[in-house]
Design a protein around this ligand. Structure first.
Ligand SMILES: NC(=O)c1ccc[n+]([C@@H]2O[C@H](COP(=O)([O-])OP(=O)(O)OC[C@H]3O[C@@H](n4cnc5c(N)ncnc54)[C@H](OP(=O)(O)O)[C@@H]3O)[C@@H](O)[C@H]2O)c1
Length: 337
C-alpha cells in the first residue's frame, strides 16, 4: 500500500500573481553521487507520496529520465499536469541570442512537457564549466557580470512567457546590487528567486529584499547539502545539522536535524527544495511541514545560528583577474567588475 500525504495538509506559498504553490519541493541535483535513474525513481516516489514541486535543471543531466516519470505519473492518474509545478533552468553556456529559447525547448522535450511552470536563469553569468570539473578549474572565456548580457538572456525568458512555453520566470544566484540593476529593466518581473538558504547561511538582506519585491524565495541546499561535491567543500564550512540550536530542537522533537532545517525554512517563509533519493527521507522532508512546528523560541535560536557560511561559492565561474569567489557575490554592495 502506498502512503499518500493529503494535499490539503501541505501549507502553500503565494506568488505575486496570487497563485499558490506547495511550501516544499524536491531537488534533483545528484551532486555527482546519484545517477539519473536513482533520481528519477525518487521523483516518481515523491510525486506518488504528495510532492508537486520538482526543481529541475538542464545541467543536472537527468531531465530525460525525469520526463519519463512525469509522463508516467500522469498516465497512472496519480496527478494531472496542472497539479504539478515543474521548474527548470537555463545553463550558463546558453545565454546568447536565441540560445535560451532553444535550451528551454530542449528541456521541454526532455521533460516531455508542453510548458514549464517556472524557468530560471541558473546563474547570472555566461561563464561555463564542464560538469564534474575540479574547484580550481577556470574557463578563460569567463567574464564579470554584465547587465547587457543578463538582459539578453532575460528578454528571451520573457519571450518564452509570451510564447506560452513558460508560466513564470525566475532568477537564481543573484545579489541585491545585481537585482537593483536589472529589475527596472524587466518587462516581466521574476516570480521567484532561487538562492542558497539554510540555518548557517540565512541571507537575511536578500531574503527581505525578495519578499519586499513580491519575489518568492526558493531555498536551495536547505539541509546544508551534506553530500555536495568535493569542489564545493572548504575547511571553514559549517555543518547545519550540527549547529547547537538545530541539534537541540532535533532532540526535543525526536527527529533528524535535517528535519529541523526544513521546518525552520518552511516556517520562515522560503520554499526549501531538499534533495533525497531515499524514500524515508523524502517522505519526512515533506510531511515535516504538516506537523509539530518549531516553537517561537526554537525559531529565534536558529535565527541566531546564522554564520554567513556560503557553501556554493561558485569559484568555477570566476574570470581572469578576479580576486576570489567573494567577487561573484558583490560583498561591498556594488557589482564587482
Ligand atoms: N539554483 C542553484 O544554483 C542550485 C544550487 C544547488 C542546488 N540546487 C537545488 O537544490 C536542491 C537541494 O540542494 P542539495 O541537494 O545540494 O542539498 P540538500 O537538499 O541540503 O541536501 C541533500 C542531502 O541531504 C541528505 N538528506 C536529505 N534528506 C534527509 C533527511 N530527511 N535526513 C537526513 N539526511 C537527509 C541526503 O544526503 P545522503 O544522500 O548522503 O543521505 C541528501 O543527499 C538540489 O537538488 C537542486 O535541485 C540549486
Amino acid at each position: 500500500m502506498t502512503l499518500t500525504l493529503d494535499q490539503n495538509r501541505i501549507p502553500k506559498r503565494t506568488l505575486a500573481s496570487g497563485e499558490q504553490i506547495p511550501c516544499v519541493g524536491i531537488g534533483t541535483f545528484g551532486s555527482d553521487k546519484y545517477n539519473a535513474q536513482e533520481i528519477s525513481n525518487a521523483v516518481y516516489g515523491a510525486i506518488r507520496y504528495g510532492y508537486r514541486l520538482v526543481d529541475c535543471a538542464a545541467v543536472y543531466q537527468n531531465e530525460a529520465q525525469i520526463g519519463e516519470v512525469l509522463s508516467r505519473v500522469q498516465e497512472e492518474g496519480i496527478v494531472s499536469r496542472s497539479e504539478l509545478f515543474i521548474t527548470s533552468k537555463v545553463w550558463n553556456d546558453k545565454h546568447g541570442e536565441g540560445e535560451v529559447i532553444a535550451s528551454c525547448k530542449k528541456s521541454l522535450e526532455d521533460l516531455k512537457l508542453d510548458y514549464l511552470d517556472l524557468y530560471f536563469v541558473h546563474w547570472p553569468f555566461p561563464n561555463y564549466h564542464a560538469p564534474g570539473c575540479s574547484g580550481d578549474s577556470r574557463n578563460p572565456d569567463s567574464r564579470p557580470f554584465s547587465v547587457e548580457e543578463f538582459m539578453t538572456a532575460w528578454r528571451q525568458c520573457e519571450a518564452l512567457v509570451d510564447m506560452g512555453l513558460v508560466r513564470y520566470i525566475g532568477m537564481s544566484n543573484m545579489t541585491i546590487p545585481k537585482l537593483e540593476a536589472v529589475l527596472p529593466l524587466c518587462r516581466i518581473k521574476p516570480a521567484a528567486l532561487e538562492m542558497e538558504l539554510h540555518p548557517s547561511f540565512q541571507q537575511p538582506e536578500l531574503f527581505d529584499y525578495a519578499v519586499a519585491h513580491e519575489i518568492l524565495p526558493i531555498g536551495y541546499c536547505p539541509i546544508g547539502s551534506p553530500s555536495r561535491p568535493e569542489r564545493d567543500r572548504t575547511a571553514e564550512d559549517v555543518a547545519d545539522t550540527e549547529l547547537l540550536a538545530v541539534a537541540e530542537a532535533a532532540k526535543a522533537h525526536g527527529v533528524h536535524p535535517a528535519i529541523i532545517c526544513l521546518k525552520w525554512a518552511v516556517q520562515r517563509g522560503q520554499v526549501p527544495i531538499p534533495f533525497s533519493v531515499k524514500e524515508a527521507q523524502y517522505m519526512s522532508n515533506l510531511s515535516c511541514a504538516t506537523e509539530d512546528p518549531l516553537t517561537d523560541e526554537e525559531m529565534d535560536a536558529i535565527a541566531k545560528e546564522d554564520r554567513n557560511c556560503r557553501l556554493i561559492k561558485g569559484q568555477v565561474f570566476l574570470w581572469e583577474g578576479a580576486k576570489g569567489w567573494e567577487d561573484l557575490w558583490d560583498l561591498d554592495g556594488t557589482i564587482t567588475k
